[in-house]
Design a protein. Structure first.
Length: 315
């Protein structure tokens, strides 16, 4: 087996010593192995990991199993997932060092530190896991369309435009204005979509659409109680359009793990969504705009490393 560690240096911020300690622990473990076969590499920009993984695959022996370690948060996990997708003999290990580590929570709360132990990650078995095929991309947590990704994308634009020299209070003010503007934007909270879910038409006006593979998505919010990443199905939640204040309340209620009255929930294998104008779309940690998108479950597509023989936990 070949072990490929892909580190996102940004998640360590200014604590170089933490990253150095991690790299040292990787080397210490493999120096004890009879035939060490590992690489420790660094991803410096979005999708950099995809090229890194493809190069490692091209250098591996034929039919050799490659275990890729996503060391960081949801961003590097997304890149590593898309780097291994549809390739044979690939395994995905998650070392949660980021500010946001959504997927790992499906193994149960309080298990994060277990996945930081290099020995355990290197020696653990895997669990077969579904993924979401989203156009030319793949996701493992979930996707959203509508007002939530719209607000997040605009926040990112504001942060990039203003830079790091702006005070937190001033930035917070602009974020508040941004949220308020979208809350009262009918084009966002009552957007017309043409939706087909497993050959059934659900077209109409919606404020938000969730397509979920795992129960946690979008930082600490609960995506959908009962959603499991190995059941061969996607969980879909459609937020029917209501007034601005009711929309805000329903999204907050959903974030607390409750199902609002204006929501329709179902399970499906394939979801097709179209719009006359570009939609606001989030796939795991990636954002995009498009007028048409298909979301399809790919059962058992990813072999995810599960330390201590942990299994996926529903709630």
């Amino acid at each position: 087996m070949k072990h490929v560690f892909v580190v996102d240096p940004k998640v360590f911020h200014d604590q170089q010593w933490r990253m150095d300690g991690l790299v040292d622990s990787i080397g210490q473990y493999f120096r004890t192995q009879e035939k060490p076969n590992f690489s420790t590499l660094f991803s410096h920009y979005p999708r950099d990991a995809i090229g890194i993984i493809q190069k490692q695959v091209s250098e591996a022996e034929e039919d050799e199993t490659i275990r890729v370690y996503a060391i960081g948060g949801d961003n590097i996990l997304f890149d590593c997932l898309n780097g291994i997708a549809e390739l044979p003999n690939m395994e995905l290990a998650i070392a949660p060092y980021g500010d946001t580590n959504s997927f790992i929570r499906v193994f149960g709360e309080g298990k994060t530190e277990l996945f930081k132990d290099i020995n355990s990650l290197a020696e653990a078995e895997v669990v077969s896991t579904d993924m979401i095929e989203v156009g030319n991309n793949c996701a493992i947590n979930g996707c959203s369309i509508g007002c939530t990704p719209a607000k997040a994308m605009r926040k990112r634009e504001i942060r990039e435009r203003m830079g790091s020299g702006i005070s937190r209070a001033f930035m917070g003010f602009w974020f508040f204005v941004n949220n308020l503007s979208f809350t009262f934007n009918k084009e966002v909270i009552a957007h017309p979509y043409q939706i087909t879910i497993d050959d059934t038409d659900y077209s109409g006006n919606y404020s938000l659409i969730y397509i979920i593979n795992a129960p946690y998505f979008n930082r600490n919010k609960v995506a959908l109680a009962g959603s499991m990443p190995n059941d061969g199905l996607l969980d879909v939640v459609l937020f029917k359009s209501v007034g601005p204040f009711k929309t805000s309340r329903s999204i907050k209620k959903y974030a607390r793990g409750k199902m609002p009255s204006n929501c329709v929930r179902m399970q499906a294998k394939k979801i097709q969504i179209k719009s006359d104008t570009p939609m606001w779309i989030q796939t795991d940690s990636e954002f995009l705009r498009d007028t048409s998108m298909t979301f399809a479950v790919v059962p058992g597509a990813v072999q995810v490393v599960a330390v201590n023989n942990l299994t996926y936990q529903g709630f």
